[in-house]
Design a protein around this ligand. Structure first.
Ligand code: NDP
Length: 274
């Protein structure tokens, strides 16, 4: 089930839309009439999602496909320039690309991993925001950032990711304050566990992930993982005029993880291979 929205004529750029939450969101925006930009590093996945967007677009609007790595500023500049050249403007920026990075503080490659996590989950958002402001000011547009419940609570051996997402929450609030006078709204969503490629992309063996997720979910107030579309609905809401008076807020979409976070959850330790 999906909420109904009208983004007819709006141009929406969603980073990390080659899979998971970003892919579902691109399809949801397309269904609601938006012209979407689908992007990620995997060209084949970007094309697949663009095809799905075309199938549901009420005016058969073709998605713009851009293969780009968000950790490369030159790719981000090309992404924005291509978008504005192709569609003429930008109304909504969804900073969704991200990756989980596990590392223990005493590990020998800790600092490299920490920097990698900051680059993917934080620096890319900061730079993209910096270069999109001039376009969003023209359209009185808005930004939706995708953080995590891990930005709100400490998780053992997950500090690179937790710190990056926590900083993203604060960056969102700073930008809401700074860009409000330009009529640009900036909000952030903190998802809980969502069924995507995210966990597998951390490189932790599947059987360890499966066991951890099973134990985790059993302790959640709503004892199931979420679906990408459930985060997508929240993204569309924040990007829409229904949220015209909402800026600088965290919308937690987590099946009750934060509300129910307790000793039980803290006791669950994910054993990561050295
Ligand atoms: P997926 O792994 O399915 O999607 C991640 C997306 O980010 C992919 O499209 C991937 O594209 C893209 N991406 C990753 N690294 C880069 C890069 N260097 N350059 C460009 N694109 C990149 O995971 P989710 O859909 O779950 O993740 C989306 C967001 O949700 C992330 O920010 C994540 O932190 C957050 N989140 C997810 C949770 C979950 O349980 N799933 C929980 C809380 C937050 P490609 O590989 O093609 O480059």
């Amino acid at each position: 089930m999906s909420l109904t929205f009208n983004f007819s004529g709006k141009v929406v750029l969603i980073t990390g839309s080659s899979s998971g939450i970003g892919a579902a969101t691109a399809v949801q925006f397309s269904r609601a009439g938006a012209n979407v930009v689908v992007t990620g590093r995997r060209a084949d996945k970007v094309s697949e999602v663009a095809k799905e967007c075309l199938k549901v677009s009420p005016k058969q609007s073709k998605a713009l496909e851009v293969v780009a790595d968000v950790t490369k500023p030159e790719d981000l500049r090309r992404l924005v320039d291509t978008t504005v050249k192709h569609f003429g403007k930008l109304d909504v920026l969804v900073n969704n690309a991200g990756a989980g990075v596990f590392a223990k503080i005493e590990g020998k490659d800790f600092y490299d991993k920490f920097q990698k996590a900051m680059q993917i989950n934080l620096n890319s958002v900061v730079y993209l925001t910096h270069i999109c402001v001039e376009h969003l000011e023209k359209t009185k547009g808005n930004i939706v950032n995708i953080s995590s419940v891990a930005g709100k609570r400490a998780v053992t051996a997950f500090s690179p990711y937790c710190v990056a997402k926590c900083a993203l929450d604060m960056f969102t609030k700073c930008m809401a304050a700074e860009l409000g006078p330009k009529r640009i709204r900036v909000n952030v969503i903190n998802p809980g566990p969502i069924s995507t490629e995210f966990a597998a992309a951390t490189g932790i063996p599947q059987h360890i992930l499966d066991k951890h997720r099973q134990d985790f979910v059993a302790k959640m107030p709503i004892s199931r993982v979420g679906e990408s579309e459930e985060v997508g609905d929240a993204i569309l809401y924040l990007a829409s005029d229904h949220a015209a008076f909402v800026t600088g807020t965290n919308l937690i979409v987590d099946g009750g993880v934060i509300a129910g976070w307790c000793a039980d959850l803290n006791e669950l330790t994910l054993t990561i291979p050295e």
